[in-house]
Design a protein around this ligand. Sequence first.
Ligand code: O2Y
Ligand code: MN
Length: 580
Amino acid sequence: MSTPLERWVDECAGITRPKAVHWCDGSQSEYDRLVREMLATRTLVELNQQEYPGCYLHRSDPNDVARTEHLTFLCTRNKDDAGPNNNWMSPPEAKEKVGALFAGAMRERTMYVVPYLMGPVSSPYSQVGVEITDSPYVAVSMRIMTRMGKVALDRLGASDYFVKGLHSLGDLSPDRRFILHFPEERTIWSVGSGYGGNALLGKKCHALRIASWMAREEGWLAEHMLIVGIEEPSGRTTYIAAAFPSACGKTNLAMLVPPASHKGYKVWTVGDDIAWMNPADGQLRAINPEAGFFGVAPGTNSKTNPNMMATIGKNSLFTNVALTPRGTPYWEGMDGGPPPEALDWQGRPWTPASGTKAAHPNSRFTTPAHQCPSMSPAWESPAGVPISAIVFGGRRATLMPLVFQSFNWQHGVFLGATMASETTAAATSAVGVVRQDPMAMLPFCGYNMGDYFGHWLRMGTRVATPPQIFRVNWFRQGRDGSYLWPGFGENLRVLRWIVARVHGEVAAADTPIGQVPRAGDIDLTGIDVSRATLEELLAIDRAGWLEAAAAQDKFLEQFGDRLPREIREEQAALVKRLRA
Ligand code: O2Y
Ligand code: MN
């Protein structure tokens, strides 16, 4: 008798008509064979194996270089359940329209069946998914990003409870590209893209959009958050989960190296992008559902992220970076400056005088997490790590102080709900525009965000000791446009204040927007930041905040009846405090 998985695979093969079906077991030999096949078809280019053992370059279609939010849809029976934060298509329309694109789509290709586990192997919080894909690049990337193959099949057994992802490259035309989510059926359909968040379905599609829907039904949180442990010289480790919109330095923060002035401190990486947080023993405990990093290459170097540089030196896939004559990868902002000549991300001859970027601004590496020197000993703990603080951050040149704390959980949810950040190149949208991005989940929340805020409010009542909530902003600029705060490793000074607050070891000043550090409580020894600059970083511009509150109001109003009363009350209370 066949299993539900086998029946679904047969059904998909019947529609897509592949020339062969391969069930991935996740073994090294299978990975090596797929790599060899891709080298033969030039889907991969071998990098210098002395300097980058086990590393390869992939060039995606030039029209397929980033997530495409305008082609990403939620397909719920009721349109309001998707909310104004999602594009919506009715399930019957989606199945008819996009089903036609899958018909015969794999005719000349092999269909790879990729069973995967999101989360540590024996964790009760982990989930099984299966991605069917006609892209061997996706199959090998999924082996890096998830626990893939036999381990997932063993966990699934004959159960029908798994997230189903059907992916085909189609013809890679943006006109026939769709990323569809059917949360009521725990199903994902993706066609027309072979890249990143559109095609590696375990990541944004499963671990955020589908999982956030499941989390609301089941009483947990699936969030776009890094997870770190801050170990102090005393040996105490405090775990923090932090949400930042795409390309705000989240991965760098997850792998922060303490500055020389901070002997005895360690920052342990648990995850760099996604946190699943479950109530247990009166706290929220977090797991990282992923097993790898899909990091942005440009700007990564041994100053911004030495741990990542150490991670990507072997067994990694590089996508849309430039290639030097030595066979090594290059991207803007890499150590050592540009090479005199290279092939750019599209394989065209390039020199520093070309006037174009050598690597695509959204070029990436896919690399195994276990290779990262700062990986926490607890990163695969089945029970997860206890979260003491939740941090919401964004990229704001003005207004937003370096750090402040919410008055309580409800106010903290409001701080998350009103997050806004200047956009960057990670998604295909304009760069440098302030965009409201609640909890950094706007592109990833798999349901109506009004309901999502309600779910967050309820979660605070489900645990005896909920995490304390903070806002941070590393990106404040002075009048001359220079950054006021050095960022990177020095952000530990801010995290130390957060840790001290969590343990009740430092006071704060009440202001209309929340609890702000007293300037003397952020340690400035050993850095070139004056007390006056720190005061500027912590100052509250009431008029600016009132303007921002009006923009927030407009954003929140779109959720209509679905916006919880508590969020309206917090908004009104903020304005009242600012006017007082
Ligand atoms: O552009 C893409 O397809 C990838 S976007 C991405 C990748 C890794 C982690 N986060 C993100 C994001 O956009 O948040
Ligand atoms: Mn992300």
